[in-house]
Design a protein around this ligand. Sequence first.
Ligand code: NAP
Ligand code: ZN
Length: 339
Amino acid sequence: MSTSDITTKTIEGYAAQKVGALLELFQYDCPQVGPWDIEVEITHCGLCHSDLHLIQNDWGGSTYPLLPGHEIIGIVKQKGSLVQELEIGMRVGIGWQGSSCGKCEWCHQGEENLCLKQEATCVGHFGGFANKIVADSRFAFPIPEPLDSVNAAPLLCGGATVFSPLLQHNVDATMKIGVVGVGGLGHLAIQFAKALGCEVFVFSSSPEKEAEAKKFGAHHFLSSTHPNAENLVDLLLYTSSGSVDAKSYLKLLRPKGKLVIMGAPKDQQVDLEVFDLIVGRKTVCGSNIASAPVIRKMLQFAALHGIEAQTELFAMQDINLALEKLANNEIHYRAVLEN
Ligand code: NAP
Ligand code: ZN
């Protein structure tokens, strides 16, 4: 697919026509660029496990044709009359969140990811596995110059999602941070926690990932299925796409520890007994993506500390190959599609 003919009235991408189907070449009419919108020529798009969950309708409610992709990097080609910060020719990134109401208390305080009317880039809209996209400029972010486009794309969803709870829970260098799952989110979580100066414990179902996890900054590497440990960490970031064995993970928490669930597996059950929480005053909570201000901070932090995704690059037309490898847990550690 060519990205050069940006003046055509159609957008070309890859979409699933039904649940679990391979993605096929798909065209749709380019939407009008509204006053707050930008038209972006996509150069790269990361493949997040949420794209696979959507294609497989793991969460229910997927609609088809479904054109996924929400870790977008591209160049602004057109802008609406009210867009101020972004200029034509700028390199921007777009993540999971596509819009919010702009009027509620959460939007007013810069926590747009809590807005009840938020919309996602590729849910009910066509996403980033395409040659271009028309997006709300309020959810498009300039990419700091030191970040390479390939390795920065996964920061837009994966990086933002794991950085946010580190800020929400006031993580400092004295804390012990656990990460469950060394995938797209997990390998970035290890790097952020390490850069914040924390002692980092990694829990993985893949023993062969130990050396790379330690290269990302893990101090300790344990099995996620049989950790055989207790009382280890203050904050445990659950980034696995597998079922949440919350009872076992709560045992890994130190008193006052928190389990933050970001992984969103098909099996959405979380089983607990009251004493799992009462003893040691433990907390289980979730976290969704990140607000626009936090995404901006995350990008600056990543640029300063040299945090980037370890990627496997695929041509956009090889999207099905990347999806197959992702489904088999064979990607080290984020597939990125390139136009
Ligand atoms: P990913 O790259 O596929 O990584 C997931 C990791 O989970 C795998 O590398 C693997 O790590 C572990 N895993 C997978 N299946 C497992 C199983 N059956 N049992 C145990 N461990 C398993 O996925 P991702 O893109 O990082 O996304 C991870 C999850 O976060 C997905 O469910 C995604 O939808 C969700 N997500 C949530 C948000 C949010 O806002 N909350 C944002 C983005 C993504 P090991 O090999 O190390 O065990
Ligand atoms: Zn995502």
